[in-house]
Write a protein that binds this ligand. Structure first.
Ligand SMILES: *Cc1c(COP(=O)(O)O)cnc(C)c1O
Length: 696
């Protein structure tokens, strides 16, 4: 028994379990309530649960064999020959460093706010699967993004809950004498220290810098206290820590990094630190050093609008970088400040723009979908004699979003190693109607069960009546066409779009023969009153006497809720104002679970859409010049038309077996054509082949 427990502990300290349904099942079987209570944190679970009870449950539920098997699988995973080894070479030392301000790996590590973080997390997971010699660098925020509660009046309220790093499946990095390794950075008039937390994500290491150490003043400790919060000084100090501190960490660890990947502009100060090091090492000029580093920096932009980019004032930059420019980079402050702008573009020359800094210093540039790369090329209009912005479309880490039900179907029909087979998605799409349709029904029922329980529990905390709490256990219909909309409530995503014409919406929802139901989820940024008012509006509609129980809002959209939603929804709806959705990834997460997409042709869907794969909402025009109200109305009408005339009939037209054959046919095409391509496996391979292995 002792050995079994140790195996379970060993697995729990590698975030490999976050995409492993079998490990989840072990904890669920021991005690599901408790597993949820720990926010699915196995370290907290194992540390706090009564050991005798644990042994008892392992015996009683016959889990020994399952634990042993998971352990063997885990060990095998770490050792097996990978894509990188097969196509390139074997190396123990990391050669690629990936920098990102947020990482979404699993719910209990609150170090992400939305799509950018989830993408970084998936990049790391797929790098592990592919065996890339890559390390990730980020910041260990004490408070990540907030926990969302919807009040009884439908308003979002925000609660900040701290990460407790010592109770998380991570380690502090220490030297041979077990004392914590620390890096230091220079800020005006002082030195600031940071300790390092190491996450193991399969084969890949992820390092997070944390300023809560004794050497720092109270104020400096708080540099990493919160993700995307606080004033502009905190923002620049965090970015100095990420870019400059991150580079120092790689040096302390003695890594000989060949390729530096900047995921968005937050880490762009890294470029300066690399130049500084080269100037010192080779005794060369700023321009020579810049040239030397240029061919090994990779910059990925995610932002189709200037307002989304970090900018700092001249005054602020003078305060933080005047002496750095003169003493370390050996250039005048004016010359230095120019690095933060681009000739020929519309950026304000009086501001230091982090995307410009990254673009000026990176040979390899990309946007995150074909359409976004086009938008970015127009936005930045780079001179012809330099490298241009390419496109590498985003993806998702398939296993992280695959339901246990879907995985079991694939395993049963294609063997345990199904996902490793080439052309697996073509084979999967050949599964008979009955199997695919049963998988859909089972997935949808699970989501509805989850939603009922969650709603009922929430009502308990709101001190609702017993009747209301009971009533919540009967909301939604297990067999109805279920449409999901979940994402950040940034206003351009138009979270309230389905309510444009409530009469048309009601005729869809209240149709007794062919009912449609909606599940919403998502957070608005605490400062975004527009986004918050959308949330309030939806929550008001959930209480409408006719719509109640047919339109539901789930609080606190995070990775755990996302996984439930993407497995269960029949349709994943997305309604951004084109071209503001650079890629979007949540729609990709439904593919392998048999969900279908219905969206504006923006981001990834603009290149994925074909009639056989799903549905589109028509747009009036590509440019942003058209009157917004006119455009909204046109697109909303298109949305209702497609729902009424195409989607609903397709879902409800059944053959004698009760199967909607045309619908299942679409699922099959969507899986075959899209599920293999829109993954971070394909994406990371592209980064590797186009960029990482081309650096010099
Ligand atoms: C996938 C995901 C996102 C990103 O979704 P978009 O479609 O890009 O908006 C955001 N938050 C969570 C929790 C996710 O799982």
């Amino acid at each position: 028994m002792y050995e079994i427990l140790n195996q379970l502990k060993e697995i729990s300290y590698n975030l490999y379990w976050t995409w492993n349904n079998d490990v989840y099942e072990i904890f669920r079987e021991i005690n599901d309530e408790y597993w949820r209570w720990t926010e699915r944190n196995p370290v907290k679970f194992l540390e706090t649960i009564d050991e005798n009870y644990l042994y008892e449950m392992i015996e009683k539920k016959n889990l020994k064999e399952k634990i042993r098997n998971s352990y063997i699988q885990y060990k095998k995973y770490l050792k097996e020959k990978t894509y990188f080894q097969t196509h390139y070479f074997k190396t123990e030392k990391p050669l690629i460093a990936y920098f990102s301000a947020e990482y979404g790996i699993t719910k209990c590590l609150k170090l992400y706010s939305g799509g950018l973080g989830v993408l970084s997390g998936d990049h790391i997971k797929s790098s592990s699967d592919l065996g890339l010699p890559l390390v990730g660098i980020g910041l260990a925020y004490l408070y990540g993004y907030f926990t969302q509660y919807i009040n009884s009046d439908g308003r979002q309220s925000e609660l900040f809950e701290p990460n407790r790093f010592e109770k998380l499946p991570i380690h502090r990095v220490t030297d041979e004498d077990f004392s914590p390794i620390k890096i230091s950075i220079e800020l005006p008039g002082r030195t600031v220290y940071a300790q390092i937390w190491e996450f193991r994500v399969g084969r890949v290491k992820l390092f997070m810098l944390d300023t809560f150490v004794d050497e720092n003043t109270v104020n400096d400790k708080r540099i990493t206290d919160i993700l995307y919060g606080g004033n502009i000084e905190k923002r620049i100090e965090q970015e100095i820590l990420l870019g400059i501190g991150g580079k120092k960490l790689l040096d302390i660890l003695n890594y000989d990094i060949k390729a530096f990947h900047l995921n968005e502009g937050h880490s762009a100060f890294l470029c300066l630190e690399r130049i500084k090091n080269s100037i010192e090492k080779y005794n060369i000029s700023f321009n020579e050093a810049k040239q030397l580093c240029y061919y090994s920096n990779i910059f990925t932009t995610h932002t189709p609008v200037p307002a989304g980019i970090d900018i700092f004032s001249r005054k602020l930059m003078t305060h933080y970088f005047e002496s750095y420019a003169q003493n370390h980079l050996k250039i005048s402050f004016d010359e230095f400040f120019n690095e933060g702008s681009l000739a020929g573009t519309k950026v304000n020359k009086e501001q230091f723009n982090m995307a410009c800094l990254a673009i000026n210093n990176s040979h390899f540039l990309n946007g995150v979908s074909k359409l976004h790369a086009e938008t970015a090329r127009k936005m930045w209009a780079l001179p012809d004699n330099r490298s241009q912005i390419e496109s590498i479309t985003n993806g998702i880490h398939t296993k992280s979003y695959l339901s246990y039900i879907s995985e079991r179907v694939y395993r049963k029909n294609f063997g345990v190693d199904w996902l490793k087979h080439e052309n697996i998605w073509e084979k999967i799409s050949e599964l008979p109607d009955e199997i695919l349709w049963r998988m859909r029904n089972d997935n949808r029922r699970q989501l509805i069960k989850f939603t009922r329980k969650r709603t009922s529990n929430k009502l308990k905390t709101l001190k609702a009546t017993d009747d209301e709490i009971q009533d919540a256990l009967h909301i939604l219909n297990e067999n109805a066409l279920t449409i999901g909309f979940a994402r950040r409530f940034a206003t351009y995503k138009r979270g309230n779009f389905i309510f444009t014409n409530v009469a048309r919406l009601k005729s869809l929802v209240l149709n007794s023969e062919r009912p449609v139901q909606f599940i919403f989820s998502g957070k608005a940024h605490p400062m975004d009153e527009g986004g918050k008012s959308f949330i309030e509006e939806i929550n008001r509609w959930t209480k409408d006497p006719e719509l109640h129980g047919k339109i539901v809002f789930i609080d606190n959209y995070e990775l755990d809720v996302a996984k439930e939603l993407v497995k269960g929804c029949d349709i994943w709806l997305n309604t951004p104002r084109r071209p503001l959705e650079a890629s979007g990834t949540s729609g990709m997460k439904v593919l392998a679970n048999g969900g279908l997409n219905f969206s504006i042709l923006d981001g990834w869907w603009a290149e994925a859409y074909r009639e056989e794969n799903g549905w589109k909402i028509d747009t009036i025009s590509e440019d942003m010049m058209t009157d917004i109200a006119e455009r909204d109305l046109f697109e909303a009408n298109s949305m209702y038309d497609v729902l009424e005339h195409l989607i609903v009939p397709c879902f409800y037209e059944r053959d004698q077996r009760g199967i909607p054959t045309a619908w299942v046919k679409k699922i099959r095409s969507s899986i075959r054509n899209l599920a293999g391509y829109f993954t971070t496996w394909r994406m990371v391979k592209e980064y590797n082949e186009k960029f990482y292995t081309k650096v010099s």
